[in-house]
Design a binder for this molecule. Structure first.
Ligand code: FEO
Length: 355
């Protein structure tokens, strides 16, 4: 059997790797756990050379793959808990809706106790080290992947983990990223923890700042938080590159509070602030305290727009927005320090209550 495929651009390399192991015509089953292109884009090619194979997927998977590629693939649809015999072992299918798409499934190889977990417990790294325990940074990668892909789907993740709790899992083999072979409960427990709100004494300070005034305010807030022994992560959204948005989402997930800064741009926040708000909403930041700061030229307004969005997310704006014309004066910088101190106190008090 073959589980999932690769992006089209890697299909030749994939073919060679399969050829190194067996004649593709000996493959009886190609299993599509997930229709997203990183798993499925080479399916048609694979089924051309694995010409004796059936394509196993869920009913929804069949529907998706038919629309994405072609409807005359050799489908064999399965339901939750269905099994196929592989001789000495049995492969059991586990429907896993929304882990990551509605059609997603996983499978469990009983004799070896291997869970083929699809996207769940995966990472987005290419590393020659096959096993997670060989990479000292693996939990950081796993957490970043979780924040981007699964934190918005936490309810589905908790349902999935409940389903998996009945299995005796020795090895977890995601469809991308290394395999978890030792102490699999560590990554499973981490997923459970990341689904809720693992707030830490950490503040995300972000800003968009064309002329530097808002940046200066953010740095003033950072200084006062650092003095209060609060970890600070600063993001300049004016020039943030795409890969760093994943880091931002991970920090949003873990932050005890957020300091949102923007200058006013045509009566609105800077455009990237809207992207940050969308990502923030996806991690469900309910209850996190927040402060707002920024500069404007002849008329303000950005902070009011941001505050309205944050209130819709049930975040707690703890101070009136600090909006400054042009460049912050020393008096304004003093106020930045003050709101930073108030935010630090708020986090400490909150952590004390939640202990
Ligand atoms: Fe949901 Fe690995 O794609």
């Amino acid at each position: 059997m073959l589980i999932d495929t690769v992006k089209e651009q890697f299909s030749d390399e994939h073919y060679q790797k399969i050829r190194n192991v067996l004649n593709p015509r000996e493959i009886d089953y190609v299993i599509s756990h997930h229709s997203e292109p990183d798993h499925s884009e080479s399916l048609s090619k694979v089924l051309d050379y694995a010409s004796n194979a059936q394509l196993i997927t869920t009913e929804k998977g069949r529907n998706f793959l038919s629309r994405m590629y072609r409807s005359n693939l050799p489908f064999y649809t399965i339901k939750d808990t269905d099994e196929i015999s592989l001789g000495k072992s049995t492969l059991t299918f586990i429907e896993a809706p929304m882990l990551h798409w509605p059609e997603t499934m996983m499978s469990f190889l009983s004799a070896e106790n291997i869970l083929f977990s699809c996207d769940l417990f995966g990472t987005q790294i290419a590393d020659p080290r096959l096993y997670a325990d060989l990479n000292p940074h693996i939990m950081d990668y796993a957490k970043r992947y979780f924040a981007l892909i699964f934190r918005p789907l936490s309810k589905a993740v908790l349902n999935g983990l409940e389903k998996l709790s009945k299995l005796s899992i020795k090895t977890i083999a995601p469809s991308h990223g290394p395999l978890w072979r030792m102490n699999t409960s560590e990554i499973i427990d981490s997923y459970r923890r990341w689904c809720t709100t693992p707030d830490r004494r950490k503040v995300v300070i972000l800003y968009a700042s064309i002329w530097g005034g808002t940046k200066r305010m953010g740095e003033g807030i950072a200084e006062s938080l650092t003095k209060s022994n609060i970890e600070v992560k600063i993001y300049d959204l004016t020039t943030l590159a795409w890969p760093q948005w994943g880091h931002l989402m991970t920090d949003f997930m873990e932050a005890g509070a957020i300091a949102f800064g923007s200058h006013t741009f045509l009566g609105q926040p800077f455009p990237n602030i809207h992207v940050a708000l969308t990502l923030l909403k996806a991690i469900n930041p309910k209850g996190k305290p927040v402060i707002l700061y920024g500069t404007y030229g002849w008329v303000g307004g950005a902070l009011k727009v941001i505050a309205e969005e944050l209130k819709k997310m049930n975040m707690e704006v703890i101070e009136p927005p600090l909006e400054v014309q042009f460049i912050p004066s020393s008096e304004d910088m003093k106020k930045c320090h003050e709101i930073g101190e108030k935010l630090a106190k708020k986090i400490k008090d909150k952590m004390e209550v939640e202990k």
